[in-house]
Design a protein around this ligand. Structure first.
Ligand SMILES: [Zn+2]
Length: 135
């Protein structure tokens, strides 16, 4: 059996195929949002957590360079954050936020999300990019 390479998932997610990072067992149950990360289901074969195991990778998403309004950019942020949780095993999500209002809004949202435990940590890589640790 050949190993499927994890592709960057930026398309609209329909049914989510997920395999246990530890043993490869396929997962077919309901997929929790990142906000519900405490309810991480376990692999039926090896008991590993299906969503919180990390492969150490970093995904990158640009939410600020297609003439987004702040509201639109925040919606995109929620979407890519959930996709990174549900469709990858990435440790980090790098968000390209530009230098303006979108960045300020995203940082404010991240303070909130970190206080809720939805994201583990975040830091400003440079003025235009934020690195968010999700696993
Ligand atoms: Zn497993």
């Amino acid at each position: 059996m050949s190993e499927r390479k994890q592709t960057r998932s930026t398309g609209a997610g329909k049914s989510v195929k997920r395999n246990c990072l530890n043993c490869g067992m396929q997962y077919q149950e309901a997929v929790p949002d990142i906000a519900d990360r405490a309810q991480d289901p376990a692999c039926i074969k090896c008991d590993s957590p299906m969503f919180s195991l990390s492969d150490g990778s970093t995904l990158t998403a640009d939410i600020a360079h297609h003439h987004e309004t702040v509201v639109k950019a925040l919606n995109k942020f929620e979407l890519v954050l959930n996709q990174a949780w549900q469709q990858s095993h990435a440790e980090n999500l790098r968000l390209i936020v530009g230098g303006g209002l979108i960045r300020d809004a995203v940082l404010a949202e991240l303070f909130f999300k970190k206080s809720r435990g939805t994201v583990l940590d975040f830091s400003e890589e440079n003025r235009g990019a934020v690195l968010i640790r999700i696993r």
